[in-house]
Ligand binder design. Structure first.
Ligand code: NI
Length: 200
């Protein structure tokens, strides 16, 4: 998810030292695929073993996310179809820990919906309102393969849902209800509306 908004919460968990990434680093060796590339539309596979190759991938993804000034990145965005997400809604706070979510599954949605503007590193420059449940519960594995559970609300809940959509080949523009806004915003950034797969 692209960082258009800076708000909210702090989730501290203690990421292992090897995964520490300089949030101000501009170094990134990964290409982030853009709307229109079929790579973004494929389903991802569960990760059966959380090993060093997964941890290294998470670290590379964090670097790319920070370099691109994003708050979330899903593995399929760099062409890797594995259920791995990195998130850091506190990118401006160098001490805040990023979140690494492996095989995330939402176990419950709150009953309240809200609408908020989203962006995506795969659709740069495009920001549109999306309606989503405002709270979620989820389970996942952390970077050591340990099972974890958490509750999320606000920007974090939104970001997790946005990134999890990527694992199913869904992009936030597929969920935009205002067709007019979608058309205008995509055209402004040179994207093709035919590359959107509306969900409703
Ligand atoms: Ni995205």
């Amino acid at each position: 998810m692209a960082n258009h908004f800076s708000q909210l919460a702090k989730k501290s968990r203690g990421v292992i030292p090897d995964l520490k990434v300089d949030k101000n680093s501009k170094n990134s060796n990964l290409e982030i695929f853009k709307l229109g590339d079929e790579v973004l539309r494929k389903n991802s596979q569960r990760i059966s073993k959380v090993d060093n190759s997964i941890r290294n991938l998470a670290k590379d993804m964090l670097q790319s996310m920070y370099a691109a000034k994003g708050i979330g990145l899903a593995a399929p965005q760099i062409g890797i179809h594995k259920e791995l997400l990195v998130i850091d809604i506190n990118f401006e706070d160098s001490a805040a820990e990023p979140l690494i979510l492996i095989n995330p599954e939402i176990t419950a949605y709150g009953s309240t919906l809200n609408s908020y503007e989203e962006g995506c590193l795969s659709i740069p420059g495009v920001y549109l309102n999306v309606i989503r449940p405002s709270t979620i519960k989820l389970k996942f594995r952390d970077e050591m393969g340990r099972p974890r559970k958490m509750k999320a609300d606000g920007l974090l809940a939104r970001c997790i849902q946005h990134e999890m959509d990527h694992l199913n080949g869904v992009l936030f523009v597929d969920r935009v209800s205002s067709v007019e806004d979608l058309k205008t915003e995509l055209a402004k950034e040179g994207f093709n509306q035919k590359d959107v797969n509306p969900i409703n």
